[in-house]
Design a binder for this molecule. Structure first.
Ligand SMILES: [Zn+2]
Length: 135
């Protein structure tokens, strides 16, 4: 794991206002500290710069790993994962109740690879919505 300077880490957290930039879970509602994710992984020459970093909850980051694209489950074409630095969340996803519904190929591969709608995550989101803490 690459060392990320404290000032850069702080910038990433503040820019995201403490929310995972993939699933929108706030860090205060997570059991684990959110992590700084390389949108384009270092393995694929992604740099440790503000423009390639985002805040990610542990679940999203673990499932994403060193992926940056996948096969669209609908068309089987290759599609890039959602890039929070280049794109708007609302363009690729819509929240329907506690489900994150994909609106594009990028949305579909991201929901699939990051397992955004796993049962446990839906249950957590449902409880947070009821408590008016999500999104
Ligand atoms: Zn997340």
């Amino acid at each position: 794991m690459t060392y990320i300077a404290e000032a850069l880490r702080r910038l990433v957290i503040e820019r995201a206002q403490g929310r995972c930039e993939y699933c929108l879970l706030h860090e205060r509602d997570s059991l684990y500290t959110h992590e700084v994710d390389h949108v384009i992984p270092e393995k694929h020459r992604g740099l440790t710069v503000a423009d390639n970093l985002c805040l990610s909850c542990m679940d999203c980051n673990r499932h994403k790993g060193s992926d940056f694209a996948s096969f669209d489950p609908e068309t089987e074409d290759i599609a890039m994962l959602y890039n929070p630095r280049r794109e708007k969340w609302d363009k690729h996803f819509q929240l329907v109740g506690a489900r994150i519904v994909p609106l594009s190929a990028t949305g579909r591969v991201t929901v699939f690879v990051l397992k955004l709608n796993d049962d446990m995550r839906i249950r957590t989101r449902r409880a947070l919505i009821a408590a008016q803490k999500y999104p």
